[in-house]
Design a protein around this ligand. Structure first.
Ligand SMILES: Cc1ncc(C[n+]2csc(CCOP(=O)(O)OP(=O)(O)O)c2C)c(N)n1
Length: 632
């Protein structure tokens, strides 16, 4: 693949909106597909982003915009990580190099970004429900526009996708579902639906085999005819396995497919036919993830979401910081602990690599469960495992755990089952933006009785917290940030921490800063700067948000009249709120408390450092807030 400036685009310069492609020949469309791929690869090489999924749907995107009258016909992308070609074709070509950057294009469809982004997305499985609703609204208004959900085979495994299929198959006449089947979630897809789709794809072979089997049976002298008759009887029951799409037909959809997803002429012809069908229709399109970029074709999990890379070699750009990430330390420590305790099992909802469980899967394949993109299932499944005496660890991103709130409450906490939630990508996640920020878990977990909640100040403390969690009889959550650790030395042995006890890392009486998780080290750095000016600051690493270290916090409130809490979470219901509740309940008066965290708004995309600075929770923000308090 050539660097961007050396690519000679011929068709792309003439295309700004979908109407511009509708007069192009198939040959021109194919050239355009190549140019779009080139722009995507070269841009993502600089910005990082979701590469393999977007490369896989370039022809599909072109065919959909070619045949359907977007934006009146609406395209609703599932997850939306595959929407880069859609963005390029819908008026955002010039801005495409700003992808995922501060003030630039979002990595996902966003209603406020374009008329062509019918529905904002980021989490899996919502497209069918949203498209069914759009179709319903069309019917109410007497409109004829088509509502098209584009959903991957991985996202089709979510509960909400099944629920929406069940509901809409009965009624949604303007609904078209395009099932983009590349046999991959981020890792290979799992579950019975995936096997079913695979059988459809190999259906031609099955049908041929059936034909050969019949002639063979008939050819057996005397008993052959009888066996053949018997085989006819069982054929009905076998039919669902060999008639393509019978499952979807039974649910009320007209099934079309499987279609080869990289042949534009073929896709266009088929979508033209589908456009004239009375819905609901499910079009099964088979694509290759990473199509057109060899490295991504050969290893799509690595190129699903990738940091900036060298286009020629496919290698991510080397980082000067060799410190392992929190995710790596978590994965390594879990393997270590599981080696000494056969009850420890790991559960993921389709995020094995992302959560650092790959080493665990390799070492203990029997004790590893990938349940698909099904966070609710992951949590209740873990609850069941815990009820049977196992020690499940659910490794999950903070943002995706939101899906499973009721399961955490009802199935884990209410029964006080010892499930450990390893809540990764908590806090500011950066370039993935508002749909992926992990800024709510303190608030949505803190109200659950009996749950112990921890956040390590560094990767070494994460190791001890994991040990502590696995030795506890209660449900426990440990939340840690995306990215590199702090770079502290790692203790060889893991130790059990006293539950509900924080630690004082720096002392003084002019001001107290109470931090936890990723905000502890910036708080400590700020205190050291203030110490240089002769200001004495107590820095507390709270370690636990629940139970709070009431004794330490109340003693600190008695020793100083200014306290700053710092958290990477929304302020509403978060850590600072917990401290204020403690003080209110204990009649603490005369202490000025200020909370740093995320105010009442969603946090968009930019680097983690930029966002921490914007929201005033980095060292400079802490210093500024401390300065204001001290001046008062
Ligand atoms: C609720 C939720 N859980 C997990 C994810 C993380 N995630 C993003 S894309 C993806 C795989 C999607 O697979 P598929 O729908 O088949 O699309 P493909 O990338 O293969 O095109 C996952 C697990 C998510 N976005 N939402």
């Amino acid at each position: 693949m050539k660097p961007l400036e050396t690519v000679d685009y011929s068709v792309l310069p003439k295309v700004n909106v979908p109407a511009d492609i509708r007069g192009l020949s198939v040959a021109e469309l194919n050239t355009l597909a190549g140019e779009i791929r080139s722009l995507i690869i070269n841009t993502v090489a600089t910005t990082g982003g979701h590469l393999a999924s977007s490369l896989g749907v370039v022809e599909l995107t072109l065919a959909l915009h070619y045949v359907f009258n977007t934006p009146q016909d609406k395209l609703i992308w599932d997850v939306g990580h595959q929407s880069y070609a859609h963005k390029i074709l819908t008026g955002r070509k010039e801005k495409f190099p700003t992808l995922r950057r501060l003030g630039g294009l979002s990595g996902f469809p966003k209603r406020e970004e374009s008329l062509y982004d019918a529905f904002s997305v980021g989490h899996s499985g919502t497209s069918i429900a949203a498209a069914a609703a759009f179709a319903e609204a069309q019917s109410l208004r007497g409109g004829q526009n088509k509502m098209i959900a584009v959903i991957g085979d991985g996202s089709m495994t979510t509960g909400i996708a099944f629920e929406a299929l069940n509901w809409s198959g009965d009624r949604s006449k303007n609904l078209i579902i395009v099932l983009n089947d590349n046999e991959m979630s981020i890792s290979p897809n799992v579950g019975a639906l995936s096997s079913y789709l695979n059988r459809i794809m190999t259906g031609d072979r099955v049908t041929k085999f059936k034909g050969e089997l019949k002639s063979f049976l008939k050819s057996i002298p005397s008993i052959g005819e009888q066996i053949f008759k018997f085989s006819k009887q069982i054929e009905e029951s076998v039919k669902t396995f060999v008639v393509p799409g019978a499952l979807f037909e039974e649910l009320g959809f007209t099934y079309v497919g499987p279609l080869e997803g990289h042949r534009l002429d073929y896709l266009i012809k088929n979508f033209e036919n589908v456009r004239n069908l009375e819905g609901p229709v499910l079009v099964h399109v088979v694509t290759q993830k990473g199509k057109g970029y060899k490295f991504a074709e050969d290893n799509s999990p690595t190129y699903h979401g990738i940091a900036p890379f060298d286009v020629e070699t496919g290698q991510t750009l080397p980082s000067a910081n060799k410190t392992p990430s929190y995710t790596e330390i978590f994965g390594r420590t879990l393997v270590e602990l599981a080696a000494g305790d056969s009850r420890i099992v790991a559960v993921t909802a389709a995020m094995c690599e992302g959560t650092g469980l790959d080493k665990f899967r390799e070492t203990f394949p029997q004790r590893f469960y990938d349940v698909g993109i099904a966070e609710q299932l992951a949590v209740t499944f873990a609850a069941g495992l815990a009820a049977e005496g196992l020690r499940p660890v659910v490794a999950v991103y903070s943002t995706f755990l939101q899906r499973a709130y009721d399961q955490i409450l009802h199935d884990v906490c209410l029964q006080q089952l010892p499930v450990v939630f390893a809540v990764d990508r908590a806090g500011i996640v950066g370039e993935d933006g508002s749909t992926h920020q992990g800024l709510f878990d303190y608030s949505y977990l803190r109200n659950l009785p009996g749950l112990i909640m921890m956040a390590p100040k560094d990767e070494n403390e994460l190791r001890h917290m994991l040990k502590t969690a696995l030795c506890s009889a209660s449900p426990v959550s440990i939340r840690y940030p995306r990215g590199k650790g702090v770079g502290v030395p790692l203790d060889e042995e893991t130790a059990v921490l006293p539950i509900g006890q924080g630690e004082v890392l720096h002392d003084g009486t002019d001001l107290a800063i109470v931090a936890l998780g990723a905000t502890v080290h910036p708080a400590l750095a700020a205190a050291r700067r203030l110490a240089e000016e002769g200001i004495g600051v107590r820095v507390i690493n709270a370690r636990f948000i629940k139970p709070l270290d009431a004794e330490l916090l109340l003693a600190t409130a008695a020793a100083t009249d200014k306290m700053l809490t710092v958290e990477e979470n929304v302020l509403a219901g978060g850590f600072g709120s917990a401290v204020l509740e403690l003080f209110a309940e204990n009649g603490v008066a005369g202490v000025q408390v200020r909370r740093l965290g995320i105010r009442d708004r969603f946090v968009e995309h930019a680097t983690q450092a930029e966002l921490r600075a914007i929201h005033g929770i980095d060292e400079a923000g802490i210093l500024a807030a401390a300065g204001e308090m001290l001046r008062r």
